[in-house]
Design a protein around this ligand. Structure first.
Ligand code: ADE
Ligand code: ZN
Length: 343
């Protein structure tokens, strides 16, 4: 083998499937947009904001995250945010990104749906032209809001349906089970869209099964608590259900006390279709490359495991079979050029 596993993993082509665009808002951009839009943030400067990133739960993070999102107001703001993310993702070898956005966070403040969507698309188009990154948008419903509010958001989205690749479910998991959105997700599926859902991050493993069985989710975001239920874990592996795991996020939000205690190796050992992602990288200590470094420092995965993770990221994407085959061929070429036969 002529390349070490970490170098291979950092440079290999990969997809990112669990990334909240609002979670890529870095302190410097937050303050620049606050100035541009005349918004006052409740921190005096960037350093004070960054110092507030000391979370003890998902909710403690979400409170700060929704506050910062208020600086996003114009089409140009959403474009700048997307472009800043894609620059970093491309540097980490990301060639395809499926990006979550939370319209309710913005429309509730009076930002028109069409404005934020156009800005995100401007960024995707520019990112594709500059770095060749393919991008898709997944609209997430906020689960702390009601299903009726979700239906109102879906109605706003319907004129733009061909520009929205799928639907997801995020925000506060505890006390907001997937079944709360059964009718809404049935409607999304009836519109012909794939649906995904956050489950088993802070919530119990039963929420993972519910997301599959009640919502019809084709992919589970996080799912890291599946290791607490052996039968569920066996089912996920048997059915090849993709899990979009976010290691740094889970440590920062205290799902696990330290990276060495993360369930990732147990998920891999069980044969689950795991992918590695950055979730809200501006808030959790880094982008995909930083997640890869942290995982490697804790678990010393071999080249075959990294190949499998990257291959899973393509296979689990919502892209066409033709796109997936092209990306996997690029992945194989990367390993072959490094003198490592793909597993
Ligand atoms: N929204 C942004 N990041 C999230 C996460 N990790 N879990 C749930 N909702 C989120
Ligand atoms: Zn997430």
């Amino acid at each position: 083998m002529s390349a070490d596993p970490l170098s291979l993993a950092l440079a290999m082509p990969k997809a990112e499937l669990h990334l909240h665009i609002e979670g890529t808002l870095e302190p410097d951009l937050a303050f620049a947009l606050a100035r541009r839009n005349g918004v006052t943030l409740p921190w005096p400067d960037e350093a004070a904001l960054a110092a507030a990133y000391d979370f003890d739960s998902l909710q403690s993070f979400l409170d700060l995250y929704y506050t910062c999102a208020q600086v996003l107001q114009t089409r140009a703001d959403f474009r700048d945010l997307m472009l800043a993310y894609l620059a970093r993702a491309a540097a980490d070898g990301v060639i395809h990104a499926e990006v979550f956005f939370d319209p309710q966070t913005h429309t509730a403040r009076g930002v028109p749906f069409g404005t934020l969507l156009a800005g995100l698309e401007d960024g995707l188009a520019e990112g594709a032209a500059r770095w060749g990154v393919s991008g898709r948008l997944i609209l997430c419903f906020l689960r702390h809001l009601s299903e009726d509010e979700g239906f109102a958001t879906l109605a706003e989205a319907e004129p733009y349906l061909e520009r929205i690749h799928g639907f997801g479910l995020d925000s506060s998991e505890r006390g907001h089970p997937p079944a709360k959105f059964a009718r809404l997700f049935a409607r999304c599926r009836a519109l012909g869209k794939p649906v995904v859902a956050h489950a088993g991050e802070e919530g119990p493993p039963a929420y993972i099964a519910e997301a599959l069985d009640v919502l019809g989710a084709c992919r589970i975001d996080h799912g890291v608590r599946a290791v607490e239920d052996a039968a569920l874990l066996a089912r996920l592996a048997r059915e090849g259900v993709p899990l979009t795991v976010c290691p740094l996020s889970n440590v920062r939000l205290r799902v696990f006390p330290a990276m060495v205690e993360h369930s990732l190796p147990r998920l891999l050992a069980a044969g689950a279709k795991v992918t590695i992602n950055s979730d809200d990288p501006a808030y959790f200590g880094g982008y995909l490359g930083a997640n890869i470094r942290a995982v490697q420092a804790a678990f010393q995965l071999d080249a075959a495991a990294w190949y499998r993770l990257a291959r899973n990221s393509f296979e689990a994407s919502l892209a066409t079979d033709e796109e997936k085959a092209g990306w996997i061929a690029r992945l194989d070429a990367h390993f072959a050029a490094a003198g490592v036969a793909p597993a």
